[in-house]
Every structure is written in C-alpha cells, then in structure tokens.
Write a protein of this length. Structure first.
Length: 294
C-alpha cells in the first residue's frame, strides 16, 4: 500500500515555497530584532562599562575620528557617537511603540463602531478622519509637537494623531463588508447585543491588515521622529536621538567630519528598511490574493 502524501495547509505553504518578499521579510525581521536587542541591552552595556554614557561629553576630545577608544568617533561637543547611536534606538522604540499603540487603540474601535452602526455617526467620523488624513503627516506632527512640547510622550501623541485615520479607514471598510455576513445575522437573531457582536464576532474578522499597517506606520514614525529631532521639536536635548544628532553633525560634514553623520543616519535607515520589509512580507502573508499570485 503506497503511503499517502502529507499536504500542508495552504497558509503554511508560504514557508515551503517562499517568494522574494517573504525572504526579504526574514531579513527585515533580523534587522528589527537586532535593533530591539540593542535597545534592551544598552543599559546593561553601560552598567558593565562596555559603552560610555551618551550624555557625558566633557571627558572626550571633540571631533575625534573612529578609533579603538571611540569606535564611531566623537561629535563636536565630545559625545561618544557609538553610545549615542545605541541609545538612540532605545528612544526611537519608546516613541514608535507608544505612537502606534495609541493610534491603534483609538482607530480600531472607532472604525468598528462607525462601520457597524453607520448612520450619522459614521458620516461624522468619516468626515473627521478624511479631514485629518488629507493633511501631510509630517506637517501635522510638526504642528502638534510645537503645541504639546518636547518629550517622549508628547512626541508619541504628536505622531499618533496622523495614524489614527489609517486604522479607522481600514477597519471601517472591513466592518462594512463583514457585518452583512450570515454569522453576524445569526448572532443578532440569537439576541447578541452590539458589544457582543463587535467583540466576539467582528473583531478578529476585521483586523487582518492591522499588523501590516502597524509595522509600516512604525517605519514611518521613525522617519517622522527623525524629522522632528532635526527641527528641534522631538525629544529633549539630553536624550540621545538620531535626528537631533544628524542636525548637530551637518556643520562638520563639509570639513571632512563624516562619522558623526554616517552612523546615526545609517542606524535610522536600517531600522526603517527592516520594519518596511517586515510589513511587506506580512502583507503577502495575510493577503490570500498575493499568495496565489506568488
């Protein structure tokens, strides 16, 4: 008797025959995990003496090129660029996670309620979110950051406002299409109230694209945070932040002081690329049409 072949579920076949975007997703995931570990282990390295305090500058000679004592050199104020680059990832993760979490917590429930109830509430929320969505994200973040001031929490709030409409629109559109399904009608006929329908029957069916949007918004938030720091509207000056360090480094770039610009800029670019690759790979994973085309 010939042994029967074992077939994997269709959603698992993406790992046996991965497309280019899925392969790049693993590369992006490795880059992202590297920056996560760097942010987590930065205080440990500082405690062990492997990394200099990023806020100490009086003990260092300014504008020193990379060497064994300062791997990434020193800035014009004497800061150790290696320490500032490592601790910059910590500040970036704090702001990005807070900003994307705030926008997710607000945008997803609003989208579900608006799409399910409809009527005047839906029209008002849709008009409000479309108005916010038409504003350039960087310009809106700059305006809000100028109003609320500098700080990790303030920067996260300024960034999150521009991402709420994206979660709202995606979840609302899914809710409008799912609420007419038979299982929703069956739940209503059995006496399920609105809260039960939203939490037990709609929620898991309308958030398939939310993880993709979360990673892409995180990548965009890093760039926006860098722009705010470059303009002096991001984090306080004593907090290591890549955008602020790039602003301070531009004055020395024409004179051949390249290391103060290269390493913070390279870290910011790699972190954005890593999150973007993860988002593109997740998009193919959660989208059945893209999987069939691959």
């Amino acid at each position: 008797m010939a042994p029967s072949r074992l077939y994997l579920p269709r959603f698992l076949q993406i790992f046996t025959r991965p497309s280019l975007s899925v392969q790049m997703m693993w590369v992006g995931l490795a880059i992202t995990l590297f920056f996560v570990l760097m942010a987590i282990l930065a205080p440990v390295f500082l405690r062990w003496g492997w990394v200099q305090n990023p806020t100490v500058f009086l003990d260092n000679i300014p504008n020193q090129p990379p060497s064994f004592s300062h791997w990434f050199g020193t800035s014009k104020l004497g800061y150790d660029v290696f320490a500032r680059t490592i601790f910059g990832s910590q500040a970036a993760w704090q702001v990005v996670i807070l900003a994307t979490t705030f926008s997710l917590i607000v945008g997803v429930p609003l989208g579900m309620v608006s799409g399910y109830l409809g009527g005047r509430l839906d029209r008002v929320l849709l008009f409000l979110m479309d108005t916010i969505y038409t504003l350039p994200g960087l310009l809106l973040s700059i305006t809000l950051a100028f109003v609320v001031g500098r700080g990790i929490l303030n920067a996260a709030i300024a960034l999150s406002i521009s991402y709420i409409p994206q979660y709202y629109r995606v979840v609302r559109n899914h809710t409008v299409s799912v609420k007419t399904e038979l299982f929703i009608e069956a739940a209503r006929s059995l006496g399920a109230d609105t809260v039960t329908v939203l939490t037990r029957y709609l929620f898991l069916n309308v958030i398939q694209s939310v993880p993709v949007l979360f990673t892409l918004n995180a990548a965009d938030a890093i760039l926006t945070l860098g722009g705010l720091g470059f303009l002096g509207l991001g984090l306080p000056e004593e907090v290591p932040e890549w955008g602020h360090d790039l602003k301070q480094a531009l004055e020395g770039l024409p004179t051949g002081i390249w290391w103060t610009t290269l390493f913070p800029g390279l870290a910011l670019t790699l972190m954005v690329v890593g999150l973007s690759l993860v988002g593109e790979g997740l998009n193919e994973f959660v989208n059945p049409k893209l999987r069939r085309e691959s």
